[in-house]
Design a binder for this molecule. Structure first.
Ligand code: MSP
Length: 526
């Protein structure tokens, strides 16, 4: 069975921001890890292109909504390509295929008796594309997230009978593991315990949306249409839509990764819609935290938005991936601090990992005919670095399985710290000056180079480019973690099989050493 995971489908009202990049990088690491471990993975991403917010943005830019959506979704596609994101599907909710899927999905929901007419009154935030339950300021309410005025709505809409699913949703959200991290579960449980109200799924007089079949000038509420996008992404657009095919196309998703602000939509509304349509429920919804910058919320008005395109160009993907995955506990809020970013990248990647490899490979080339030295005693499994690798691997695998990127990164870094310590204790540069010690030096250098190979392997899902540069310094092949089918059965994947102490062949020619990670020197704010 495929491991399907999804990023949110990003709004195209604006260019990509660091928040969407963060979610996407995290999903990319999970997808790469699972592929390398031998699973068939379907990583879904895409763009959410309907709704009032996008219609208004296009109007302000003086273009049609479709032209606007084409431009921004191209930008997303292009950005993900430059970041090296390994998505398998990219769905746009303006695809004609998606429209057909939504129509069929709606037909099922309607057939279940879950669509009724009702009057919708309330305060609406266009930026959230959501009604706000109880705005604090009664006269002039604003959205607590966007700090923009809410708009009063009073219209007759179609409603989805969410209230019918009270019990099933209560059971679902309290199921251990459905909502992760566990700390976010309580908030959703409280919301559900307050009593689920039917919610409006259509708008009247909003042309930029999918028309609701059989309901005059109603168009679908953007969230109803967007969530169904996860299904459209899995179905083959070249054959007639058949939701019954989903089971063989990777549904249910194993994991929806989202930001905490859209948890309700994914953990409450979406499962109820799926139940109504007679489809399976996703296994888990992970709500990660929000990023701030130097302690402040990022926003256009503050002029402090971190642009992922600038970050990538000035710092490179490895540096940003490392900082976001290593420094911010996945699930909690995190603060982007430029100085800390620079320090971590320079200390961890350039010094601890990069220099370790560089100096060891240089010594090996100088003293052992430009090749991996004979392993001697170091090939034995009880070598201290062999033990460190095994312990590190165990922690790393567990952490990756639990999407605890921080712990996984720390496990890799710890291996480099131990190898550096070993090298300094053994001081091969001194030993080499003594007679008859060449075999000892050879074994020591072998053990450190072998540890570097492990570091390269373990970095493959997290920092694929650095992993590749590191391994190429050991004349090792790079690991393809973009695609590849499942192995099936109990077969061990080649990547997992390579994580075996002593895999580096002694005598292999080593290429001319070159630094694998340049230091970051950021003298200007990003
Ligand atoms: N279109 C909806 C999702 C529909 S899914 C069927 C949407 N799009 S979004 O572009 O506004 O947001 C995408 C993601 O970015 C959300 O998961 C949101 O939590 C995340 N982030 C937005 N700002 C963020 C930060 N400052 N920090 C971290 N993530 C943030 O919502």
């Amino acid at each position: 069975m495929a491991y399907t995971l999804t990023t949110p489908l990003y709004y195209v009202n604006d260019r990509p921001h660091l928040g969407s990049t963060y979610t996407t990088l995290a999903c990319d690491a999970i997808a790469r890890f699972r592929r390398l471990s031998g699973e068939e993975v379907i990583l879904v991403t895409g763009c959410d292109e309907h709704g009032l917010k996008i219609q208004r943005t296009a109007e302000a830019a003086g273009v049609t909504p479709q032209v606007h959506c084409d431009r921004v979704s191209d930008r997303y596609r292009d950005l993900w390509q430059r970041w090296g994101i390994s998505h398998d599907r990219f769905i746009r909710t303006t695809d004609p295929h998606h429209r057909r899927v939504v129509e069929q999905f709606f037909a099922r929901v309607e057939a279940s008796g879950d669509v009724i007419e009702g009057r919708q009154q309330g305060w609406y935030c266009v930026a959230c594309e959501e009604f706000k339950d109880d705005p604090h300021e009664a006269d002039d309410p604003e959205c607590p997230i966007h700090r923009r005025p809410l708009e009063w709505r009073d219209e007759v809409n179609l409603f989805f009978r969410l209230s019918r699913y009270q019990q099933q949703i209560e059971d679902l959200v309290s199921r251990p593991g459905f909502i992760a991290p566990a700390s976010r579960r309580r908030e959703v449980e409280n919301f559900v315990a307050g009593g689920l109200k039917d919610f409006s799924i259509s708008r009247v007089g909003l042309p930029w949306g999918i028309p609701v079949p059989g309901h005059g000038d109603h168009t679908f509420y953007v969230w109803f249409d967007a969530l169904v996008g996860y299904l459209s992404a899995l179905l083959d657009p070249s054959v007639p839509v058949d939701l019954d095919q989903l089971a063989s196309r990777g549904w249910p998703a194993q994991l929806h990764v989202i930001g905490k602000d859209i948890l309700r939509f994914h953990a409450v509304f979406w499962p109820a819609m799926l139940l109504s349509a007679g489809l399976e429920l996703p296994e888990r919804v992970f709500g990660h935290g929000f990023l701030t910058r130097e302690g402040q919320k990022m926003g256009k008005s503050l002029g402090n938005v971190l642009d992922p395109e600038v970050l990538l160009e000035r710092c490179g993907g490895d540096a940003v991936r490392w900082y976001l995955l290593r420094d911010i506990p996945f699930g909690e809020d995190g603060d982007f601090q430029q100085q800390r970013f620079q320090d971590l990248v320079n200390n961890d990647l350039a010094n601890t990992i990069g220099n370790l490899l560089n100096r060891t490979a240089s010594m090996a080339r100088k003293w052992f005919v430009e090749a991996v030295p004979p392993s001697g005693d170091a090939a034995a499994g009880d070598h201290p670095l062999a033990q460190a690798c095994r312990t590190g691997l165990e922690g790393y695998l567990q952490a990756m399985d639990q999407v605890d990127f921080r712990r996984a990164c720390e496990a890799v870094l710890q291996l480099a710290i131990e190898a550096n310590g070993y090298l300094n204790d053994r001081a091969p540069w001194k030993l080499m000056k003594q007679d008859g010690q060449a075999d000892v030096v050879a074994a020591d250098l072998y053990a450190v180079l072998e540890t570097c190979r492990w570091i390269g392997l373990l970095l493959a899902p997290l920092l694929p480019d650095l992993s590749q540069r590191l391994l190429s310094q050991l004349a090792e092949p790079a690991w393809e973690s973009r695609s590849g089918g499942a192995l099936g059965g109990d077969a061990v994947s080649p990547w997992r099989a390579a994580l075996q102490w002593g895999g580096l062949p002694a005598g292999r020619a080593l290429p001319e050493p070159s630094p694998v990670m340049l230091r970051l020197e950021l003298d200007q704010p990003l």
